[in-house]
Design a protein around this ligand. Structure first.
Ligand SMILES: Cc1cc2nc3c(=O)[nH]c(=O)nc-3n(C[C@H](O)[C@H](O)[C@H](O)COP(=O)(O)OP(=O)(O)OC[C@H]3O[C@@H](n4cnc5c(N)ncnc54)[C@H](O)[C@@H]3O)c2cc1C
Length: 461
């Protein structure tokens, strides 16, 4: 019997996870990727002993369903587990990197919060729940529950380092769903968080936890996934999709279209607005396409180890807005993974731009490097020149879950349910992190298979 054929539009992590899952279900996938290479924002470059990830450089351990899909794609062979530094973070406080406390005991002695700030934090458990907090921003949620200092010093830089967003715009229920969930169930965010961590530790017993990447950089992940997919068409921008006679017809570059049994759209939200859809309820996709996106520049610099005073014994440095710096956050890939920098050297990647300073991504490359080097000089004690420099500007790459987000997600749900032969996935829909995006791709493939009455159990390896 001829296998069912599904078009997957977009060869980023979401599309490739969906395609690899279809393969496990015995369904043939054909991925259409606009660019010359798969991976989307996942890009790695090797040169002169440096291994530079200009997009994501590490991922959290994913859900079991995703891990099974990754194992099938041979990821275990190239998975690189993070060293102990991956659990640590610094936050800039009055110009100085201060370790982010991990335990209550560390909190009580940390200079991050004043005595008044700590007492306010402890009052959190007595703050009554705000039952209808549907469109509450992260900033408002954090101030209401945890106090101003925690909002300014912790939530603000966390939002900057995950989605480069403005905490006064980004909605709490998408950025911190667990915390909001604890409040909705009448509980304390702090206590609920503690319980979550204990439960996660219990469930993770004997299983790998913590951050991971791939031996040759994050880009090995999309390459491995792509190796499980029957057909990958690169340089193939899809510009039309219509549902007729029980098939989905997919058009590329204005040329004749090809028919598939169904299609999964795994493109960024704005890209949906550039595809001519002929599907029931497709007008609603224009609402999705207007989802705001943030742009950031990733400035990777290599230094001689003895030219930096700071031990760099962490995964990341977070920078609150109140510190009035240009840098949003800094990652230290060579502190977390082997093979990222030549011997006696370190690699740091600083992110600038986002909602905080959108103008910065338009600066000439040399100015961005100079700006980052100047700020790192005072933050980390950099005493020598960068011996390696690499700048990547990611325009409109980070979807922002701001007011109206729920309506946009609901619009995509309606199109899926009405058309029956399409599914939507990607960071804009399923969450930004690598782990969430991969899970979203897996779920989109499974959803489509169930809707079509196709096999729901893995049939092939
Ligand atoms: C700079 C940066 C750093 C990050 N760091 C981390 C990190 O350290 N850890 C973490 O967990 N997450 C990180 N993230 C988030 C995570 O990497 C992304 O959310 C995720 O990779 C997005 O995957 P995606 O498939 O949804 O989208 P994309 O990667 O954007 O893929 C979409 C694909 O669709 C293609 N496409 C668009 N239009 C069309 C069309 N018409 N036809 C065909 N193809 C089309 C695009 O070319 C692209 O390849 C980072 C993100 C960025 C931008």
């Amino acid at each position: 019997m001829t296998p069912h054929r599904v078009a997957v539009i977009g060869g980023g992590l979401a599309g490739l996870a969906a395609a690899a899952t279809l393969h496990r279900l015995g369904i043939e996938a054909c991925v259409f990727e606009r660019d010359a290479e798969v991976g989307g924002v996942v890009q790695s470059e090797q040169r002169d002993g440096w291994l530079i990830d200009s997009g994501p450089c590490m991922a959290a351990e994913p859900d079991a369903a995703v891990r099974a899909m990754l194992d099938t794609a041979g990821l275990a062979e190239c998975t690189l587990r993070a060293g102990p530094g991956a659990n640590h973070r610094y936050i800039v406080h009055d110009g100085v990197p201060v370790p982010l406390p991990q335990t209550t005991a560390e909190f009580t002695v940390s200079p991050l919060l004043s005595l008044a700030g700590r007492l306010r934090l402890l009052k959190e458990r007595f703050i009554p729940a705000q039952r209808d907090a549907t469109d509450e921003s992260v900033d408002s949620f954090a101030r209401r529950r945890f106090g101003d200092e925690v909002a300014d010093r912790m939530f603000d830089p966390l939002v900057a380092s995950t989605c480069a967003g403005d905490p006064r715009q980004v909605l709490a229920r998408y950025a911190f769903p667990q915390l909001v969930g604890h409040e909705q169930h009448g509980g304390s965010g702090l206590q609920g968080n503690l319980r979550d961590r204990m439960e996660a530790r219990r469930q993770a017993k004997g299983k790998p936890t913590g951050a991971w990447s791939c031996l040759q950089g994050m880009h090995e992940l999309p390459l491995r996934l792509a190796s499980r997919v029957a057909t990958i068409r690169t340089s193939a921008p899809v510009d039309a999709a219509s549902a007729r006679d029980g098939k989905v017809h997919v058009g590329v570059g204005g040329r004749t279209s090809e028919a598939f049994d169904a299609a999964i759209f795994a493109v960024p939200a704005p890209a949906l607005g550039r595809i001519a859809f002929d599907l029931p309820e497709a007008d609603r996709l224009m609402q999705v396409a207007t989802m705001p996106q943030a742009s950031i520049a990733a400035v990777s610099l290599g230094f001689r180890r003895d030219h930096i005073v700071h031990p760099l014994d962490a995964a990341r440095l977070l920078v609150p807005s109140v510190e009035r710096r240009s840098i949003l956050s800094v990652v230290f890939p060579s502190s977390v993974f082997a093979g990222r920098a030549p011997d006696d050297h370190v690699l740091v990647t600083a992110f600038v731009g986002g909602a905080r300073r959108p103008d910065l991504v338009d600066l000439p490359e040399a100015d961005l490097i100079a700006l980052v080097q100047l700020e790192l000089g005072s933050l980390l004690g950099v005493q020598g020149p960068a011996v390696m420099q690499r700048v990547t500007v990611w325009r409109d790459a980070l979807p922002q879950a701001v007011a109206g987000h729920g309506g946009r997600l609901a619009a995509a749900d309606v199109v899926e349910a009405t058309a029956g032969v399409v599914a939507f996935t990607g960071a804009w829909r399923d969450g930004l992190s690598v782990a969430e995006v991969l899970l979203g791709g897996v779920r989109a493939a499974e959803r489509l298979a169930v809707r079509q009455g196709w096999p729901s159990l893995p049939t092939s390896g």
